[in-house]
Design a protein around this ligand. Structure first.
Ligand SMILES: Cc1cc2nc3c(=O)[nH]c(=O)nc-3n(C[C@H](O)[C@H](O)[C@H](O)COP(=O)(O)O)c2cc1C
Length: 193
């Protein structure tokens, strides 16, 4: 049977939706059955879909070094499953990693973002992609950091080749096989939803 992948994402301005759509296309081309859901429109993750998934991919725009609340809520739903299905995560931020500095910034940002994840829920992989950056609405520190540290400019920084390559690794991973992150350490902590 085709692997069932639940693909969840939360966006504030739309660029994460484009990336989620592209990931879904790659997974479907690879023979997976994909159940996609946008979390920021009020509908939470479907618990039945999650419970029957061979793997779950969750992505979110990054605001202030953290995922958007609907994506974090989906992670709490996953953490409450025993055992949680294999999980892949992607973040969409202002920096598309392409050189040593931006790769180091991306790795640091991924670690910061994961501090907000439920304890014990370990993704098999968590990748940061660049999204569409608009300076309007960005706090001043964010503009300064982005301009002078990351060397970035406003605009569409989505690297479709990187997105497709990553989706390909998800599609070819043995989704249903156990991983170190799926064992007892991944059991829900008390109080997890
Ligand atoms: C209020 C705000 C805060 C942001 N904070 C961060 C951040 O901490 N790190 C980062 O890499 N990008 C940050 N960004 C940039 C967004 O993550 C980026 O524009 C992304 O493409 C947004 O995705 P979306 O279009 O799906 O909402 C921020 C953007 C806004 C508007």
């Amino acid at each position: 049977m085709a692997p069932r992948i639940v693909l969840l994402h939360a966006t504030a301005d739309g660029s994460t939706t484009g990336i989620a759509d592209r990931i879904g296309e790659v997974l479907e081309r690879a023979g997976c059955t994909v159940h996609g859901r946008r979390l920021d429109e009020g509908a939470p993750a479907d618990p039945v879909e999650l419970a029957h998934a061979d793997a779950v991919v969750v992505g979110s725009a990054v605001h202030d070094m953290a995922w958007l609340p609907p994506a974090l809520a989906a992670l709490r739903d996953l953490a409450a499953l025993d055992p949680p299905p294999p999980l892949w995560c992607f973040s969409v931020g202002g920096v598309q990693p392409h050189g040593p500095l931006t790769r180091a910034l991306a790795a640091q940002e991924v670690r910061r973002v994961e501090r907000g994840f439920p304890a014990g829920l370990r993704p098999r992989d968590h990748r940061l992609f660049g999204g569409i950056v608009r300076f309007a609405g960005l706090p001043l520190w964010g503009r300064l950091f982005y301009r002078f540290v990351a060397g970035g400019r406003p605009g569409d920084h989505r690297d479709w080749a990187a997105v497709e390559a990553w989706a390909g690794t998800v599609a070819t991973a043995p989704a249903a096989s156990p991983s170190p992150g799926d064992g007892p350490a991944a059991r829900p902590r008390p109080g997890a939803r």
